[in-house]
Design a protein around this ligand. Structure first.
Ligand SMILES: Cc1ncc(COP(=O)(O)O)c(C=O)c1O
Length: 355
């Protein structure tokens, strides 16, 4: 099966030897990584992340992947501020499932090629109480879209005007193949209302399960308390392994290598789409990240059934809308995990099914 469904890095992206060596040094250099410790994460990594974001280490909570942090954040905010959770439509499917499990009232906000529509945000903020806004402004999962700087300013201004907390989820921002990175919402707003979340899953390896949250001080302490009550302390071994990789100066070169591998895949997918589907289908053109979004001339679930029978899989657009309400003729195509030749073959199979 050629998978355009998996939002995971291709296996060549994972430098097993480097990580094994970093893990060995991490234990040898600091055997306390084998013990229990602070629920908010490995001290040296918190410090490095705090310096990077210009905050005290106590405001950084290193979680078991970004998604675990999302659970803590959502539980905390829903308890503290009852109200609707505003999300982009489409948005990352796992948070939608978590929010449904938590019984949240989820309100979809429309998007276009420039990302979240601030007018929709303004309308919904005025319409009823909001618990928080969940947004993925850069190389969004699933659409690959990036919110323009002008819109970022408006989002931040609207959040401030309504006093509404924002969770900015940014695991893909560093995976940029070209173009200039816009300022994060967190930078624009100053971190009073905006909590910034990211992860080493897409830049080092998902298996390390190291994500991080940069939150206002009080919220960070509460997220840390949730971590303690759920798992006592996180796996310091993998956090220290990531820290060792950074400390050696290997993070940036490794990221460049990963970006090279993924850029080739992004280009393979864009090239194949242009060759096989020009005029029949439209797609986003991301400058980074793992995904692009295709608007199809047919029902995506019918295409998916036929595609899987022919050896190609993707995720249908409806999975990224609350209640499956939308995206019927759309698909998320991940270019991160298949090889460039598989990507070409997979797109040509999809094109033959659309003919
Ligand atoms: C937008 C977004 N947030 C969070 C995550 C979760 O990442 P992690 O592996 O750090 O839990 C993903 C993974 O695909 C993602 O796409």
């Amino acid at each position: 099966m050629i998978s355009f469904a998996r939002g995971a890095p291709a296996s060549e992206c994972l430098d097993a030897e480097l990580l094994a060596d970093c893990a060995r040094s991490a234990i040898a250099g600091d055997p306390s990584v084998l013990a229990y410790g602070p629920g908010g994460g490995y001290g040296p990594l918190r410090k490095w992340l705090g310096d990077r974001h210009g905050v005290e280490p106590a405001r950084v909570v290193v979680t078991n992947g970004g998604l675990q942090g999302f659970v803590f954040y959502a539980e905390e905010l829903l308890a503290e501020r009852p109200g609707r959770v505003l999300v982009e439509a489409p948005t990352y499917d796992r948070p939608l499932k978590i929010l449904a499990r938590l019984g949240a009232d989820v309100c979809p906000l429309t998007m276009d090629g420039e990302g979240l529509d601030p007018d929709a945000l303004e309308r919904e903020l005025a319409a009823s109480e909001t618990s928080f806004l969940y947004t993925i402004p850069t190389f969004q999962n699933p659409s690959g879209r990036t919110l323009s700087t002008e819109r970022r300013r408006r989002v931040v201004d609207l959040a401030a005007a309504h006093g509404v907390p924002v969770l900015e989820d940014d695991p893909y921002g560093l995976v940029r193949y070209e173009g200039e990175a816009p300022s994060s919402l967190h930078e624009l707003e100053g971190g009073e209302l905006v909590t910034y979340a990211s992860s080493f899953s897409k830049t080092v390896a998902p298996g390390v399960r190291v994500g991080w949250f940069v939150a206002p001080a009080g919220l960070a302490a509460r997220l840390e308390a949730r971590a303690v009550s759920n798992y006592i302390s996180p796996p310091f071994l993998t956090q220290a392994t990531v820290h060792e990789l950074i400390d050696r100066g290997a993070f940036e070169p490794n990221l460049e290598r990963i970006k090279g591998l993924l850029r080739t895949r992004r280009d393979a997918m864009l090239g194949a789409l242009a060759r096989h589907l020009e005029g029949k289908t439209s797609w986003s053109n991301p400058e980074g990240g793992y995904f692009l979004w295709a608007d199809l001339p047919v029902d995506a679930s019918h295409l998916l059934t036929k595609a899987e029978a022919a050896g190609v899989t993707f995720v249908k657009g409806a999975d990224f809308y609350p209640g499956g309400d939308g995206g019927g003729r759309s698909a998320r195509l991940a270019f991160s995990s298949a090889s460039p030749s598989e990507i070409d073959e997979g797109v040509s199979i999809l094109a033959s099914l659309l003919r």
